[in-house]
Structures are given as structure tokens and as C-alpha cells.
Design a protein around this ligand. Structure first.
Ligand SMILES: [Zn+2]
Length: 322
């Protein structure tokens, strides 16, 4: 090049803003240019990650100065919290995986994985059973609390109203129930009724566990994590010598404590992010993941390893010129 020649390089991806690529029905700013910052990674191939400030949807694009075709390709690094809330809500409404997949614009496997993590079997069974609608039950209870059950304690209310109806409301409308019912009698001398406590508390544990899954923490979701969130008393109780007496609580904790493979799949976006953020690592592969990015993947089952390798291919295929 001659010294009197000049040239300029495009800033990869330009100066922004960039669009949120979350599909319709989820982000109110879908397709709008709301992303003002991106993280560019200068590796063998320049890439950048874009995260929507409204819904958390995060995608990664590769920089090809002259390749128009690849410009539209992207890799989904994280679906974001709005997506998780939406899918969670639709699963609760008992919508089919196919319906949800179309509604939120994600493939069915992704929805299935998400559902398996949060485990909706319980709600599903209940929705299929005939019974009182929650709103009717609530209305019935409110009427009774203002008439025959005025001034009665919780035990009397439960007996009069009916155990199954009471438990159902406790399970699905815990917060509402705590507001409606008279305060729990606190009697430190009285010994705890294990069975009663077990029945009353496990729905709360379930609710808390689901909330934690929605928050999507970067660490594995354990029994201790769930119990700590419920209360320090609960944690102490479930570690005490009578812990085996809380059968339903233990079952619930068992269902919601995260299996290693579920955890590794859930946090894969974090691994991608670590790779993207690092200047040193140039190529994403299995060896790099287990040795440098997240040693937890050494414990992956063959099936999960296969899933991860598929994801790596998907990620790397964005970089290939077609
Ligand atoms: Zn968005």
C-alpha cells in the first residue's frame, strides 16, 4: 500500500442500535432497534452479542464484511426472562408443546427441555381432574369467613370448609390464603405436628422452587438453596433428626433439586457467554469447555455431552461461510 493511499475499515456490526430478535408475542420491542450496546469479541472471526434490555433475549452474530447471506444468521445465547415467564405461564395453562412452540417461536425441543426442568406433571394431573375451580372455592371461603366461620381458628376453618378444598387453595393460592386466614397460632411449647406441617408446607416449597427456576441462577439448584429461601427454620427442620417425617416436603425437594445434566443444559448460555467474553479462546469445542470454561461438564452424561456438541456445532456453523 502506498503511503498516500487511504482506506477505512467498517466497524463490525456498525454503531447500532440493533433490533431485539425475540419473536412476536414475547417482547413488546420485538424487531425494534432497542439494543444500544453490543459486546464485540475479536477472535479468528469477529462476533458480537446483543442483549435486549427489555426481555433479556440475547443473540450472537458473526461479522462477514462481504457476505450478505450470513448477515441474517444468528445464534440464540439466551431466551431471556420474558420468554421464561411466558413459556411458564402457557405451560401452567396446559397449552400443548406444539402450541407454545409456535406461539413463542422456539422449537419444541427447547420447550420440552424447559418444561422438564420445571416439572409440570402435578398441575397437569390436577387440571385434568374434575373439581372446583379455584375462583369458586375462594368465593365460597370468603363467604364462610364472613358468616359461620367468623372468629374461628385455622384448624376449625379447615374442618368446616373441608380438607381437600382447603389444601387445594393452600397449594395454589398460598399467598391469598395467608392474607385471608387468621394468623397461625404460634405455640412454642406445643410440639410440631409433623404430618400437618408437611401437608401445609410442601406447596410453599414447590412455589419457591419454581420461582428459583424462573430466576435462572448461574448455580445448581439444590435442596439447601430452596429451603434457605423458604426460611432458616425450614432448613434447620429438614436437616434435623426428624427430617424423615416430612414425607411430602422431601418428595418435593427431590423433584425440584436439579440433576447435574439438567443443570449443565440450563447454564449452557453462561458457557457461551464466557467464551464470547474471553480474548484468549479462539475456537469453541468440548475440550475447551471442560478444561477452561466450566469443569462441571466433565460430569455430563453421554446424552448431555451429545447435546452440548450439537450446540457447539450450531454455534460454530454461524461462522462457516456457506
Ligand atoms: Zn426484547
Amino acid at each position: 500500500m502506498l503511503s498516500n493511499e487511504t482506506y477505512s475499515l467498517d466497524l463490525p456490526f456498525g454503531c447500532g442500535p440493533w433490533p431485539c430478535l425475540n419473536k412476536n408475542n414475547i417482547c413488546p420491542f420485538s424487531s425494534e432497534f432497542v439494543i444500544k450496546h453490543c459486546n464485540r469479541a475479536y477472535k479468528q472471526i469477529i462476533s458480537a452479542s446483543f442483549s435486549c434490555p427489555h426481555c433479556g433475549f440475547t443473540y450472537i452474530k458473526r461479522y462477514y464484511p462481504k457476505d450478505i447471506e450470513n448477515k441474517s444468521r444468528y445464534f440464540i445465547a439466551d431466551h431471556g426472562e420474558l420468554w421464561r415467564e411466558k413459556v411458564n405461564g402457557l405451560l401452567r395453562e396446559n397449552k400443548s408443546i406444539l402450541f407454545i412452540s409456535k406461539f413463542v417461536g422456539s422449537d419444541m425441543e427447547t420447550i420440552n427441555k424447559f418444561r422438564d426442568n420445571i416439572n409440570y406433571q402435578d398441575e397437569k394431573g390436577l387440571a385434568g381432574r374434575p373439581g372446583h375451580a379455584l375462583n369458586d372455592l375462594k368465593k365460597e371461603l370468603v363467604d364462610l369467613l364472613q358468616s359461620q366461620l367468623k372468629g374461628k381458628n385455622r384448624k376449625q376453618i379447615k374442618i368446616f370448609f373441608g380438607f381437600s378444598k382447603y389444601d387445594k387453595l393452600m397449594k395454589h393460592e398460598r399467598v391469598w390464603m395467608e392474607e385471608m386466614l387468621p394468623p397461625r397460632k404460634i405455640n412454642l411449647i406445643k410440639k410440631i405436628n409433623y404430618k400437618e406441617h408437611d401437608e401445609e408446607t410442601y406447596p410453599l416449597i414447590e412455589q419457591v422452587a419454581k420461582q428459583i427456576y424462573l430466576e435462572n441462577p448461574p448455580v445448581r439448584i439444590t435442596k439447601t438453596m430452596i429451603l434457605k429461601r423458604v426460611s432458616s427454620f425450614e432448613l434447620a427442620r429438614l436437616n434435623g433428626r426428624n427430617k424423615h417425617k416430612f414425607v411430602r416436603i422431601n418428595q418435593t425437594l427431590e423433584v425440584y433439586s436439579e440433576k447435574i445434566d439438567d443443570f449443565l443444559i440450563r447454564i449452557f448460555p453462561i458457557v457461551i457467554n464466557r467464551f464470547e467474553q474471553s480474548e484468549k479462546y479462539k475456537t469453541l469445542n468440548w475440550g475447551l469447555i471442560i478444561h477452561k470454561l466450566h469443569s462441571g461438564y466433565k460430569g455430563a452424561s453421554p446424552k448431555t455431552k451429545e447435546w452440548v456438541i450439537g450446540k457447539i456445532e450450531e454455534y460454530n456453523s454461524c461462522t462457516k461461510r456457506m
